[in-house]
Each structure stands twice: as structure tokens, then as C-alpha cells.
Design a protein around this ligand. Structure first.
Ligand SMILES: CC(C)(COP(=O)(O)OP(=O)(O)OC[C@H]1O[C@@H](n2cnc3c(N)ncnc32)[C@H](O)[C@@H]1OP(=O)(O)O)[C@@H](O)C(=O)NCCC(=O)NCCS
Length: 176
């Protein structure tokens, strides 16, 4: 990687010693298929208090949404992105708890953004809980910014939680 004379490890993650950028996680990304759903649902249920149902994943596959899986000897994470009318929406991004903190989400998010660019999206949107520190830090690093808030959008243990709506413009030649 360019400018990486002094590679270092921070928090168990390999980073470029000059820029601090993560090196890609080991493993590879491939399209999700219906045959992956048992593994995907197991990760989903380990990760969310209010997980998606199998039917939601099947609908996403049937509608041709971008459903990508990070495979490291088996599924360890996935992203779902829908693209229409110059908008992309990241609907789910999830990494198995045992595979977190080594750049898998970073890699999946890049794949989703590439898909948005190929599909001619002008803006990428997503929703996140204000309390989700790991996800917010990831999205901050990619340049997502807050463009709105849906009050009481998510179910929560003590009532409801707002959703932050984040956006990222797709600039010609990359993301801004
Ligand atoms: C959010 C999530 C996808 C991140 O996956 P991951 O593979 O661990 O992410 P990465 O390794 O690419 O790291 C992403 C960033 O989050 C940071 N991070 C990880 N855990 C964190 C925590 N508990 N608090 C704050 N930051 C955290 C990492 O340090 C990294 O930022 P950095 O590169 O600036 O240091 C994962 O935690 C997850 O699946 N959570 C449950 C599902 C979810 O909430 N999805 C997002 C819905 S909007």
C-alpha cells in the first residue's frame, strides 16, 4: 500500500503507518445467496436485539438488492444496499461479534459504496441508532453526515430510540 513504510498494529488491526488507514481484512466478498441464509440469520440474531426475519432477507434477494457477504472460511458479515432513483440506501450492515474490530465492516461498506456508484446513485443514505458508537465511528470515518432524525423510530429496551439519518454524496470519481 502506498506510503506504508512504518506499518503498525493498533488494537489488533493492521494499519498504514503513515495514514492510519486500515488494511483490508483477510477474506473476500461475494454475493449472498439463499443458501447462506441460515448462517446470515445466526449472525443477525447474535448481533441485534431486534433482528431481521428470514422473510426480509428473502425479499431483499428477490428484489435484486445488493446483498454481499464477507466470507472468511464461512460467512462473517454482510451488507444489504438498495439503489433506485439516484439514491442508495444501506439497509443492513452487520459483522459476527467474533469477527469484529478487524475491518470487515469497513470492507463491506466500501463494496456497498462501489455498488451505489455503479448504479449511478447521487447520495447514499442510512439510518443508525445514536447509541451505536461502533457504527457511528465507522460512518464518520467514511464522511457520512447527519441530515435528519426520525424520532422514536427504533424499538428499545426502555421505550423507543430515535434514528439518525446519515447521508454521503457520491462525487464524480469517488465519495465525499
Ligand atoms: C458496527 C459494526 C458493523 C462494525 O463492524 P466491525 O467489522 O467491527 O467494524 P470495523 O472493524 O470495520 O471497525 C469500524 C470502526 O468501529 C470502531 N469500533 C468498533 N467497536 C467500537 C466500539 N464498541 N465503540 C466505538 N468504536 C468502535 C472501530 O475502532 C473502527 O473505527 P476505526 O477504524 O476508526 O478505529 C459491528 O459492530 C456490528 O455488526 N454491530 C451490530 C450491527 C450494527 O449495529 N450494524 C450497524 C447498523 S446501522
Amino acid at each position: 500500500m502506498a506510503g506504508s513504510q512504518t506499518d503498525t498494529r493498533l488494537g489488533g488491526v493492521e494499519r498504514d503507518g503513515v495514514t492510519g488507514a486500515r488494511f483490508p481484512a483477510k477474506g473476500s466478498v461475494r454475493p449472498m445467496t439463499a443458501g447462506d441464509l441460515a448462517s446470515v440469520l445466526a449472525i443477525e440474531r447474535r448481533s441485534y436485539a431486534y433482528p431481521w426475519s428470514e422473510g426480509i432477507f428473502r425479499d431483499c434477494l428477490r428484489h435484486g438488492y445488493g446483498c454481499f457477504l464477507f466470507d472468511d472460511g464461512g460467512p462473517v458479515g454482510y451488507v444489504v444496499v438498495s439503489c433506485a432513483a439516484q439514491e442508495a440506501h444501506i439497509l443492513n450492515l452487520c459483522v459476527d461479534p467474533k469477527a469484529r474490530g478487524r475491518g470487515v465492516a469497513d470492507h463491506l461498506l466500501r463494496v456497498a459504496l462501489e455498488r451505489a456508484e455503479v448504479m449511478d446513485a447521487e447520495t447514499v443514505f442510512l439510518e443508525v441508532r445514536p447509541s451505536n458508537a461502533a457504527a457511528r465511528r465507522l460512518y464518520d470515518r467514511f464522511g457520512f453526515h447527519e441530515i435528519g432524525r426520525r424520532p422514536g423510530y427504533y424499538p428499545a429496551a426502555n421505550g423507543r430510540e430515535d434514528a439518525l439519518i446519515l447521508g454521503l454524496p457520491v462525487l464524480s470519481g469517488g465519495f465525499g
